[in-house]
Design a protein around this ligand. Structure first.
Ligand code: GLU
Length: 464
């Protein structure tokens, strides 16, 4: 069974690179009927916070990516890590090192002066004497001194590291007994039964160390997929300005989670030239072996385009619910879904949808001057007055079609064209010359508001 995991360190929010890794891991597990687990790597008690862990969980909830089983918190597993450190010590695969900080610093200085790579010199690797007093030892792994560490990466192909270039007997437990990063990752991945590790390629240099640990512990080595970074359009590291933001900021900007996931799945992976993927299709088609070996490029327009597509294809009910979640300042309206339906083609984000909905639902406080100058004339005011009278007489208008019929009647009688009055009506109703069909707007705001808005507009005009 395929078991994957997402293992964020809760030092801050969940950013889109992390979410993409999580998505890939999720899809791969689900495709294989396997499990997707979530592990919070919170051993660094100084840098991690509970709020950050909660923020990650909240972001997960929003995206709808659900993890299997309980969340594993590394901070609750210190005893377990200690047991494995002891086991390695017992088996002679790890050892106590009593080198003091001063000694280690001096060694490092000497190596740097000789232009050598700073590394531990193995002083206590085979030490059998009496340990020096007053030094709390660290525990180091006995790493291979020569040879190569080779593995087949599912994204990058065959990777080999020369042991002497990258390894020394690295520390697995600090002098206070706490385990180090690579050690906890290996213990947990092994005990959680992880078969496929999909993670950012910034972790590539940790992998040979982790392989050394897998071997020392006698654990099965999982398959690795190191996913290249997401760059900005200029090919540089993605900064906050380009989109390296908290996933929840995308929610706040009015993106739908499906659109964001669709955007992310395509950053670094493709399936023919298909652009739009339902989650079901992603699960069906995604394969981490097809992830691009080179970095992908963040493209904001693409995200907007996808979001607009998802908005267009969402049910009106869902759209209205999303709008309400944004604190659309309006009671639940019987015409709410009509309104959402009207705006779905125009809004690229839920924020825009809310703005447009508010512009229709709220009586305009002022009228866009440019539009007034362009469209409102002495004549159009006169027509509008006559039109208003007709509306007053016909109180039972309800649907867009009713307003359209009465307007056509009016145009016929007065020999006018729709363009002679449409913009004046629109400005009176919403304060600007842009809105969806005026008849639909009228049906949404209702007869009463239609009349009062036109009256209010006329009252402010000095013409005629
Ligand atoms: N905790 C690591 C991070 O947040 C991920 C570790 C891993 O995936 O192996 O970058």
């Amino acid at each position: 069974m395929t078991v994957t995991r997402f293992a964020p360190s809760p030092t801050g929010y969940l950013h889109i690179g992390g979410l993409r890794t999580a998505l890939y891991s999720y899809l791969w597990a689900k495709q294989n009927g396997g499990k997707f687990l979530l592990r919070i790597e919170d051993t660094d008690l100084k840098r991690n916070s509970l709020e950050a862990a909660q923020a990650i969980e909240e972001a997960f909830k929003w995206t709808g990516l659900s993890h299997d089983g309980e969340i594993i918190y590394q901070s609750q597993r210190f005893d377990l890590y200690k047991e494995y450190v002891q086991e390695l010590l017992k088996k002679g695969k790890a050892y106590y090192c009593y080198m003091s900080k001063e000694e280690l610093d001096a060694l490092r200085e000497e190596q740097t002066a000789k232009k050598e790579r700073p590394r531990y010199n193995g002083k206590y690797r085979d030490f059998e004497g009496i340990p020096p007093l007053g030094v709390e030892p660290v525990v180091r792994i006995k790493a291979p001194l020569s040879g190569e560490i080779i593995f087949e990466d599912g994204v990058k192909g065959r990777i080999s590291f020369k042991a002497e270039d990258i390894l020394d007997d690295f520390i697995i437990a600090r002098s206070d007994g706490t385990p180090t990063y690579n050690f906890t990752v290996v213990i947990d991945d092994a005990l959680m039964g992880i078969t496929d590790v999909i993670r950012g390629d910034d972790h590539l240099s940790n992998t040979p160390k982790q392989i050394v640990l897998y071997e020392a512990l006698g654990f099965k080595i999982p398959k690795f997929f190191h996913v290249p970074m997401i760059n900005n359009p200029q090919g540089k590291k993605l900064s906050k300005r380009d989109g390296a933001m908290d996933v929840m900021e995308y929610k706040n900007m009015g993106y739908l989670s499906e659109a964001l996931l669709n955007f992310l799945v395509r950053l670094g992976w493709s399936h023919g030239d298909q652009e739009i993927f339902s989650l079901k299709e992603m699960i069906e088609f995604f394969n981490p072996n097809d992830i691009n070996a080179s970095a992908s490029s963040y493209n904001q327009q693409k995200l907007e385009w996808l979001n607009a597509c998802y908005i267009k294809n969402s049910t009106s009910k869902r759209l209205w619910q999303e709008a309400l979640n944004f604190g659309l300042d309006i009671r639940e309206d019987k015409n709410a879904e009509v309104l959402a339906d009207m705006l779905r083609e125009r809004a690229k984000t839920i924020v825009q949808l809310v703005e447009m909905a508010n512009a229709i639902l709220k009586e305009p406080q002022n009228y866009e001057q440019k539009a007034v100058d362009k469209f409102v004339t002495k004549e159009s005011i006169l027509y509008l007055k006559e039109y208003l009278q007709l509306l007053h007489i016909n109180k039972d208008l309800e649907f867009a079609g009713d307003y359209e019929n009465i307007t056509n009647e009016f145009l016929e009688k007065s020999g006018l064209k729709l363009k002679d009055i449409a913009q004046s009506i629109r400005i009176a109703l919403v304060g600007s010359s842009v809105s969806p069909s005026i008849f639909e707007v009228m049906s949404v705001i209702g007869h009463n508001s239609v009349c009062t808005r036109i009256e209010k507009f006329l009252a402010g005009r000095q013409y005629g």
